[in-house]
Design a protein. Structure first.
Length: 156
């Protein structure tokens, strides 16, 4: 995948995510049940954690300084992300979401097409995944996953 295709996929999925969020009255952002027991605020904080981690890794061009939480099983990692964010205000979570998304786009913009398709350019890369795949999993694929949860919640 090249950078233009990746950015297009991210922007398109994020626009759909943002449009769905805009349908929700802000007074409902802290209601539980959007994704399991998580509220919409919790889901947004969760998505932002992954964006922030990926943006940082690609900005410094290494996974060496990545969070130790990546080494945990997914459920435990997600529980820690939830615990770390649950007391934050909605305004703080929404501001961070905007910031991490911008940081992600900026980090990707600094990469070449070759960077996106060569894991060896990033020390400590997870085995078996190309850089663009890691970005996809933690951005547009992640938005799409939680968009499904959000749509089901809204339909109830």
């Amino acid at each position: 995948m090249n950078k233009a295709q990746l950015l297009k996929a991210i922007r398109s999925a994020r626009a759909e995510w943002d449009a769905a969020l805009a349908q929700v009255d802000p007074s409902r952002y802290e209601e539980t049940g959007v994704s399991g027991e998580w509220s919409l605020k919790d889901v947004i904080a969760h998505v932002s954690w992954f964006e922030r981690e990926v943006a940082h890794a690609f900005r410094i061009r290494s996974y060496e300084e990545s969070s130790e939480w990546w080494l945990l099983p997914a459920d435990e990692r997600n529980a820690r992300i939830y615990d770390a964010n649950r007391a934050r205000t909605l305004g703080d979570v929404l501001a961070e979401s905007t910031e991490t998304y911008a940081a992600l786009l900026s980090a990707i913009d600094s990469l070449s097409d070759e960077d996106l398709n060569d894991a060896e350019r990033f020390p400590y890369s997870p085995p078996g995944a190309q850089p663009w795949e890691i970005i996809a999993q933690n951005s547009y694929e992640h938005y799409q996953h939680h968009l499904g949860d959000l749509k089901k919640w809204l339909a109830r």
